[in-house]
Ligand binder design. Structure first.
Ligand SMILES: C[S@@+](CC[C@H](N)C(=O)[O-])C[C@H]1O[C@@H](n2cnc3c(N)ncnc32)[C@H](O)[C@@H]1O
Length: 271
C-alpha cells in the first residue's frame, strides 16, 4: 500500500471534505511524512506505519466521535501547535476566530496586561502573547490538567506567561484593574444536555456552567461593572445571546456588544 493508495481509499470512504483529517492522522502516524510537501514527494512509496493502526484512528474519529486533538494529542490554533491532554478541552474553531479577531485588532497596541480566564490548554493567551509580544499575559484555570498543558505549551512556544491554578472568580476578586480580559468559559446549560457521550473525552467542568450556563458571565459582568478595564472578550453559547442581552441590562457601567455572525461578545466601559 502506497501513501497515495491510502489517500484514495480514505477519500472513497469519507469524501474529500475530510482531507484535513487524513493529513493530520498521516503526520501523526508516519515517522517520515510531516508536511503535505513530504506527502507529495513520497506518494508512490510504501507507507511506513501499520495500515491497521491508521484505520483504527480513523474509526475513533468518525465512529467514536473522539476529537482529533485527543486522538493525536495536539491541535493547530492560530497557526501554532498546542499539546492537548486527555480530558482537557480540545480548542474549537469559534474560539480561534475570536482569538484571531482580538489579535488583528490589538496587535499594534502599546504594552498592556491581558488575562485569559479559564485557559484550558492555553491556546488563547499563548497565541495572543506570541503575536502581541508587548502584552504581558496571565493564564488562569481552576484545574491542574489544563494548567500543566498551558505550562508545557508556554514553554514549547517560548512565551513568558504567568500561569495560575485558581478559580477564575476568586482570582478576579483579588485583582484591581486589568487592561484586557478574554475568556471561553464553560457555558453549557446542564438541563439541555442529557447527552453523556459528550463528556467521554472532555471534562464536564470544562463545558457545563450553573445558572442555565450564565454563571461565569454574571460573575464577569459584576467585576467589570466595578472596575476599570479597556475591553473584555468572551465567547458565548449560540443560545445565550438573548439571556445575555437581558443580563446586561442589570449593569450600569458596561456596554455589551454582540458581534454579528460570531460567537463572542466585546464589553467596554460606558463613557
Ligand atoms: C470551555 S473550556 C475553555 C478552554 C480554553 N480556553 C479553550 O478555549 O480551548 C473552559 C475551561 O474552564 C476551566 N474552568 C472551569 N471552571 C473554572 C473556574 N471556576 N475557574 C477557572 N477555570 C475554570 C476548565 O477547566 C476548562 O479548562
Amino acid at each position: 500500500m502506497t501513501f497515495n493508495q491510502l489517500f484514495n481509499s480514505f477519500i472513497a470512504k469519507h469524501g474529500n471534505t475530510h482531507d484535513v483529517i487524513f493529513f493530520e492522522l498521516i503526520f501523526y502516524v508516519s515517522p517520515s511524512v510531516k508536511t503535505k510537501d513530504q506527502f507529495i514527494q513520497k506518494r508512490n512509496e510504501t507507507i511506513d506505519f501499520k495500515e491497521k493502526f491508521f484505520w483504527k484512528l480513523v474509526k475513533q474519529y468518525f465512529v467514536e466521535q473522539k476529537p482529533l486533538a485527543h486522538i493525536i494529542g495536539q491541535t493547530r490554533f492560530c497557526d501554532l501547535i498546542f499539546k492537548v491532554s486527555p480530558k482537557v478541552l480540545a480548542p474549537r474553531d469559534i474560539t480561534e476566530q475570536m482569538t484571531r479577531d482580538f489579535i488583528d485588532k490589538h496587535k499594534n497596541d502599546k504594552p498592556s496586561h491581558l488575562v485569559d480566564l479559564c485557559c484550558g490548554c492555553g491556546c488563547i493567551g499563548i497565541s495572543i502573547k506570541k503575536y502581541i509580544p508587548q502584552f504581558t499575559v496571565a493564564c488562569i484555570d481552576k484545574y491542574w490538567k489544563p494548567i500543566f498543558d498551558t505550562r508545557d505549551n508556554g514553554i514549547k512556544h517560548q512565551t513568558q506567561l504567568t500561569v495560575d491554578c485558581v478559580d477564575a472568580i476568586k482570582y478576579l476578586a483579588r485583582k484591581g484593574n486589568i487592561d484586557y480580559l478574554i475568556s471561553n468559559p464553560p457555558y453549557i446549560n446542564k438541563e439541555n444536555f442529557a447527552n453523556e457521550w459528550m463528556f467521554k473525552y472532555e471534562d464536564k467542568h470544562a463545558l457545563i456552567a450553573p445558572d442555565n450556563g450564565l454563571y461565569f458571565y454574571k460573575e464577569y459582568f459584576k467585576w467589570l461593572d466595578q472596575h476599570t478595564f479597556k475591553e473584555a472578550w468572551f465567547e458565548i453559547g449560540y443560545d445565550l445571546e438573548k439571556p445575555l442581552m437581558d443580563l446586561a441590562k442589570d449593569f450600569q457601567n458596561i456596554k455589551v456588544s454582540f458581534i454579528p455572525n460570531k460567537q463572542y461578545i466585546v464589553i467596554k466601559r460606558k463613557q
